[in-house]
Design a protein around this ligand. Sequence first.
Ligand SMILES: [Zn+2]
Length: 486
Amino acid sequence: MTKKFYLHSAIPYVNAAPHIGHAQEFVYSDVIRRYHTLLGEDVLYLCGADENGLKIIQAAQKAGVEPHKFCDIHQQEFLDVAKKLSVHFDIWQRGTNKNHFLSSQKLWELCVKNGDIYKKSYEGLYCVGCEAFYTSDELSKNGECFEHPGKKLDRVAEENYFFRLSKYQKFFEELIFTDTLTIIPQSRKNEMVALIKKGLEDFSISRTKERAKGWGVPVPGDTDQIMYVWFDANNIYYSGIGLGWNDELFAKWAPADLMVIGKGILRFHAIYWPAVLKSAGLPLPKQLFAHGYLTVDGQKMSKTVGNVVDPIKVIEQYGTDAVRYYLAREIPSYSDGDYSDRRFKELYNADLANGLGNLVARVGKMAEGKSFQLSATRLAQAPAKRVSFQQVNSGDYKKALEQYRFNDALAYVWEKVKAADKHIDEHEPWKLKGDALHDVLETSINQIIEIATLLQPFLPDTAEKVLNQFSTQPIQPQPSLFPRIT
Ligand SMILES: [Zn+2]
């Protein structure tokens, strides 16, 4: 049976247009999706729209648009960005879908049945930006949330439903400490270990209908309460694969093999969500990869500063694969990274125009009109005259991809670009004729085919063009892959 691989990325709040940080997470997830597909696995990548939070209704009111309409408009912007990035969602699950409501209510009832949901009065500090309560020791010195500096928290007092997380203290020590749920990188795991060691406390999972402004998934059996967005939003990962409305689909894909998220929402994915699943008797996700954040020109992206980068504009200016390359190569996937136009051009010219593009153009020109033998063992395994991916997926490249160190995987490929350049410089094929010329070019072509094969998860369009150019014989000239930019 073919191995299944189900991954999902965090579902964006659709209260504002997508920025370059969303593009980063989409590209990371798409690289993983393509990688596992190339390994011959049956892969499903789910993303969706978080539409039930208080932030949505506030943004909709501000825009003077009816909330459903508001969600329709903004969720489409995320789909547009993904498409332009060659990112493919197998499932796009929206929080306003009917089956999501059904599914989340079923999940709630399963937790009730297990005795893990109870009602109590509560007073706490609430960050609308995070849609979360914080204790004062979790806030900055000024009493502000770390994700939303400059914003005061609301003091909220009401009667809510709570989830009995404290009951699962031992369970989480086991789950996280022993890597049953693997958290990558280690630094993020350490954060969760510290949180668990402090002792897990029950958390609020509903809002009064009044405070939620009637927007969201109603709590079953209580007309006055709406599910807290972090209860139902995580369930998009499972409602999207059929939980509560399509048992066959759910059995096929659950559990998630990988969650891809930003570092700011770690606890919701490493603890809250698995706790709810455990309570409901549902299968738990296996792995979590938390990436860092993007700054722009060294500054946090913000509307006030006016430095929010629109990914569509960058893609239109430089091309899809160039943007994918920058995000995967320049940004260290384990920590924060920076986006700047200056660095974008620098990297583009050095690695894509002068590096890969120049190599392909040089060899393509010298090999024009000629036919070559592509390495025999490779031919045998690749009927379409392509190196089979499994054959070249090895060593440091493989290790890097398995640990989601995309920058390292690409560094490895660019070592191969350098080696191929060196091979040409050393043999000076322009001085050669006949068999000697043929042999040098044949080696170069096989090197290029290997490089393009390794680039398939990262630069799908470029890889396809290069593989087509060199596996179609006799070799035909092709337009430049990455024209230099100034
Ligand atoms: Zn916040």
